[in-house]
Ligand binder design. Sequence first.
Ligand SMILES: *Cc1c(COP(=O)(O)O)cnc(C)c1O
Length: 820
Amino acid sequence: MYHSEYSVHQIQHIIQAEGIIPLPNTLIRTLAFDSRKLSDEHHTLFFALNGRRNGEAYIKEAYNKGLRNFVVRHNFKDSSSFPDANFLLVENPLEALQMLATAQRRLFDRPVIAITGSNGKTIVKEWLYQLLGHYKRVIRSPKSYNSQIGVPISVWNIGEDHDLAIIEAGISLKDEMDALAGIIQPTIGVLTNIGEAHNEGFASKEAKLKEKLKLFADVDLFVYSPKYMEGIHPPGRRQFSWAFKQTADLCIIRQDDNQNNGTTLTALFKEREMTCNLPFKDAASIENVVCCWAVLLALDYDPHIVVQWLEKLHTVNMRMELKKGIHNCSVIDDSYSLDLSSLGIALDFLNQQKQHSKKTLILSDIPETGIPPRILYQQVADLLRSKQVDRLIGVGDDISAFSSLFQLEKQFFTDTQSLLSAISDIALNDEAILLKGARKFKFEHISKILTQKVHETILEINLSALEANLNHYKAKLKPGVKLMAMVKAFSYGSGSYEIANILQFNRVDYLAVAYADEGVSLRQAGITLPIMVMNPDVDGFETMIENDLEPEIYSLRVMNSFFNALSSANRTNYPVHIKLDTGMHRLGFAPEEIEALLALISEDNRVTVRSAFSHLTSSEDDSSDHFTRQQIDLFSAMTSKLESTLGYSIIKHIANTSAISRLPEAQFDMVRLGIGLYGIDSSHSLDNSALETVARLVTCVSQIKELRKGDTVGYNRRGVMMHDGKVATVKIGYADGYNRKLGNGIGHMLINGHLVPTIGSICMDMCMLDVTDIPVEEGDEVIVFDSRHTVSHIARQLETIPYEILTGISQRVKRVYYYE
Ligand SMILES: *Cc1c(COP(=O)(O)O)cnc(C)c1O
């Protein structure tokens, strides 16, 4: 009952590979390209794709995890080092992956919906899945698997037990869509909104749209809004359009707020008026609903019933959230959908949490998969084994009925309520807990009990955005250049091991912290990457050595005392990093001190100089490039001297974020990426459009007061109402890191999409906003900064730099991490 099952021999034929194939009859059910995320190892085919690093570099890791089937480039030489493994040799492994998916697609003769657009693709996909699921057995691409790799992996999973497939397609470069169109071969096309996202790779908005429309060249039905067509003729044998207050097959003629804090839409379809009460208010959700509505009408479902289903849609929270839990646990909450592929993705995230040695999964019944339960739960059991879960807490009748399939520490409950009543008896201690429940099991109740009460000001950290930013900079590196990620000062205010785990998972080469204690906590949380400590403290040398933390050596005094510590610890060849002063005049050896340093270390086997580095004073500022070049030249000269006297090569690094963007010649052997990871780069144009915003600071309204003109607000009556109106008190103050200089109308926050000014002085734990004329209720969310109202903007208002704002957010503000 696997959706796809081919022998290696069949696959060899499909992808036209040559090969070294000792075991041609091995059955393949799963495709993989990431050696960190493997399951079903005996039936997996691994594609060594050439990303930023040669995929072949990961074959060893995959082989050690038990994989025996590989697709590699035909000049691959190492196959003899991997006995008993099948190697399929092809010109281009990515194309081979796509060919295989294309073959699988050809076997499916039922409708395939393809969705593309700039925004809303994933939501529209999830909603169509919910809506069409009332009528058919639907398969959809997992999470946002919409790329050149994600699409073939999604298509591979389409099988005979499905009536309909929904596949999301995203492109960021010209000419990518042809490949995706060939793999998906959609029969129905859906275009969501076209915005500004990913303009970089295209000459114009129209060029981008034309590229996207290639996906739909052969469809039977195309669903779109004329608003996004830029006058281009819509493709497809049949079209169905939707629009707001503009002629279309489905036309929204009115939009009103309703009592349930939602929106009532009045629409015209085939000259009949219909109304639909939605539980949403925001423009993006409403537009996405209308897009789904149009698809269902275009497919001829009964308009009355369609409205009923639409009214039952709920917000899709695609976030996988990581929170601090009770008894020193970490809780990952991923309850928006439950099927095997999303379970696999969530287990991979669980595996990244190195701060606990024990991993527990709380899992409900998996509904509506179309797979017979015994086979389904056997697949789940296999998955848990290969992802090395330590304990399963199963909730529901089905999973309980198959409890004997699971070979691990386990406990079962018939429903969420009985788990909740027993929860105080279950020992949950210092472990990582993944909550994965189908919606009707209401796992949010479990989540509430397992996570600590949250002070209502939260710094939300988007780990997917952080990864995207990391990849943005990695793509700028010359081949072989290493990357050190700066996680000092709580990763610029964003967190500690939570960020380090992601960086370790993404295989950065080095981490750097400011103080030894930061490094020690990373070690305790299971971080094994090499860590450089920039401000090593003589008193802390012993702990540093115990924890394999590598000091920055910036003076002879520091070197001498570190030598003493190494002697007491009886250590030799300990890695150290030499800081060179090329013009910052902060820490480091001046050019004239190099001789003395070399005299001290070159004949001493207690240390090995792992790297030598310096810091640029003005890397973001092109008017200082002359000075920057001098620093770079001086750095080259000083490091050559070090290397020639020491007689071995050392890693040389000088570039921080802005230098990576602006000065390729500064890359040397490694770069030190700091603030760019967090989505800010002072050398980019003000909007930083190539980077993704990582941090969002949100709080909420505690109280609203109606005030009259002339009333005063806050300490010393500094705020004065210039009109009759209302004021909202919100739960953030200077003790949270909201600068007092932002009081009295200087600072602004976003409430329900409106930017409103502060009024009166900022207090220690709260402040007041003038909310006259905007819709707001007590308890509403207030955004202090996000991707629209940015940290950079606030920094400019305060005449400081974004670094200070980010690192100034106090530790009492809870951090919540999430993955999209
Ligand atoms: C903080 C720091 C960096 C990172 O700088 P960004 O501008 O945040 O990229 C690099 N090198 C040193 C020595 C630092 O202290």
